[in-house]
Design a protein around this ligand. Structure first.
Ligand code: HPA
Length: 266
C-alpha cells in the first residue's frame, strides 16, 4: 500500500469515527500500549466506546493487555480519541496497518498524538514501574509507514513542547531514547549490549512507526514508555511477560491521571 492509499483509508475511518461518536473532530489522540488499557478509566467517563472493527481498515489487536476498543473522552475542554490497544509488526501486520490508528486520529483532527507503550530499560537508573518520556527513537525495524520520495524531517519528532508539558505535569519524569525492534522475541544479551552502545535507553516493539506517520501528517507527538523490565541487570533472567503486564496494570490509574495532566497542558 502507498502512503496516499493509507491516508485515504484513514480518512474513511476518521469519517466513520466522527459519525459514530457524533464528534465534529478531535483535539488529541492517545494510543494505549501493553497493559495501559485500564488507564483509560482514570481519564474520564467516555461519551462513547466503539469497536475498532467498526472502522474501515482496522484489525483488532491480538496481543495480551490490548483491547479492540476506541473511546471518545473529554479531558478538560479537549476531545480525545483513545485507542485502547494497537497492532504490532510482530502480529504479521505491515507498517501501514501499524500506523492506521494514528493516521485515523490525525485525519479526525487530532493535532496532538500521545503514544504509550511498555519497554525494557537499558539504563541502571531507570526503575521498573517508571514512566519515561521518549526524547528520540532509533528505528531498528528496517521498515517505514511511508513509501516513495517522502523525505520527512524527524528532527524534533518528539515535540519539545509536549515533552516540556509532560515534565510540567510531573517533574520527576525522566527522558530516554527508545529503540524500536520488531520482536516478538526479546533481545539477546549481545543485542542489548549493542543497543546500549548505540545510545538507546529503552527497547520496545512499537511507537517508532506511528511517530513517523504522525509527523508526516503534521501532528505533534509525545511518547511515554513504561519500564516493565530491567533489560540490563536481569539479562540472564527469563523474561516474564505476565509480570511485565502487571507492572503497567498496577499503575494504570496513575498513568491515566498523568495522561490527563499532560493533555490539559498542551
Ligand atoms: N524488549 C522488547 N520489547 C519490550 C521489552 C523488552 O525488554 N519490554 C517491554 N517490551
Amino acid at each position: 500500500m502507498r502512503t496516499a492509499d493509507a491516508k485515504e483509508l484513514a480518512a474513511a475511518a476518521a469519517n466513520e469515527l466522527r459519525a459514530r461518536s457524533g464528534a465534529d473532530g478531535y483535539d488529541a489522540m492517545v494510543v494505549l500500549g501493553s497493559g495501559w488499557t485500564e488507564a483509560v478509566d482514570a481519564m474520564g467517563t467516555p461519551d462513547i466506546e466503539l469497536d475498532m472493527a467498526d472502522l474501515p481498515g482496522f484489525v483488532p489487536p491480538t496481543a495480551a493487555g490490548h483491547s479492540a476498543k476506541v473511546r471518545s473522552v473529554w479531558v478538560g475542554a479537549k476531545r480525545v480519541a483513545v485507542f485502547l490497544g494497537r497492532t504490532h509488526l510482530y502480529e504479521d501486520h505491515d507498517p501501514m496497518r501499524v500506523a492506521h490508528a494514528v493516521r485515523t486520529g490525525v485525519a479526525a483532527g487530532a493535532s496532538t498524538v500521545v503514544l504509550t507503550g511498555a519497554a525494557g530499560s537499558l539504563r541502571t537508573d531507570f526503575a521498573v514501574g517508571q514512566p519515561i518520556v521518549v526524547r528520540d527513537h532509533i528505528n531498528l525495524t528496517s521498515m517505514s509507514p511511508l513509501t516513495g520520495p517522502d523525505f520527512v524531517d524527524l528532527t524534533g519528532a518528539y515535540d519539545p513542547r509536549l515533552r516540556e508539558a509532560a515534565r510540567d505535569a510531573d517533574v520527576t519524569l525522566a527522558e530516554g531514547v527508545y529503540a524500536a525492534v520488531v520482536g516478538p522475541q526479546f533481545a539477546t544479551p549481545a543485542e542489548l549490549g549493542m543497543l546500549r552502545g548505540a545510545g538507546a535507553d529503552l527497547v520496545g516493539r512499537s511507537i517508532a512507526l506511528e511517530t513517523i506517520a504522525a509527523v508526516e501528517m503534521g501532528a505533534s507527538v509525545l511518547g511515554l514508555a513504561m519500564v516493565t523490565n530491567d533489560a540490563v541487570g536481569s539479562v540472564f533472567e527469563r523474561f516474564d511477560a505476565e509480570r511485565a503486564l502487571d507492572v503497567v496494570r498496577s499503575r494504570a490509574v496513575r498513568l491515566g491521571e498523568l495522561l490527563n495532566a499532560i493533555l490539559v497542558r498542551v
